[in-house]
Design a protein around this ligand. Sequence first.
Ligand code: FE2
Length: 218
Amino acid sequence: MCDPHWSHVDEYLALADAVGARIGHVFETHVQADHLSGAVALAKQAGAQIYLHEAADVAFPHVVVRDGDEIQLGNDYVRVLHTPGHAPEHVCLLVGDRTRGPDPWFVLTGDTLFVGDVGRPDLHGTEDATGLAGQLHDSIWTKLMSLHDAVEVYPGHFAGSACGRWMSAKPSSTIGFERRFNPALQIRDRDAFVEYALRDLPPAPPDFATIRLQNAGR
Ligand SMILES: [Fe+2]
């Protein structure tokens, strides 16, 4: 399970039960600011472990992951890509199914890459949005854009969320389509990208800082 919402924990458990599966691993792409996380409640009820990047400052038990770590799930694997930018601890999760082939199948991009947009670098309790925007550029170009065009992209949000500006209403895409048509990915120059990522940002919703603290268990 990845980025569970607190209000849907019972549904996740019922869904897993219905297909005879057990939720043994709960991944958080980052400490969320826009919704109450269900990670702790879900992990407790399912007897699962929570996985977060080593840069995450949280006060609950979890497995610390770093860039390049791989978690084995039967025939599948989850490979951790550290992609700071939206938040310093942000990770994207690259998933593969070895029964289909050795190459990755899809990537959970959280709030790093959306369909038609990239994540906001100004929402996660830091004053250094410019520095994070530069890191976002590097994460995208060194990690995500090095993936094969056929890799499917499943972001954390689509249109309607305050976590981006010009997200598509389409919930998923591919690396190849975003490489060709995502406006943010047409800007290769780092400084120009930083300027773009900071442009026209709506004010951060007032409760984001409080939600983030609560999700950190503080
Ligand atoms: Fe976020």
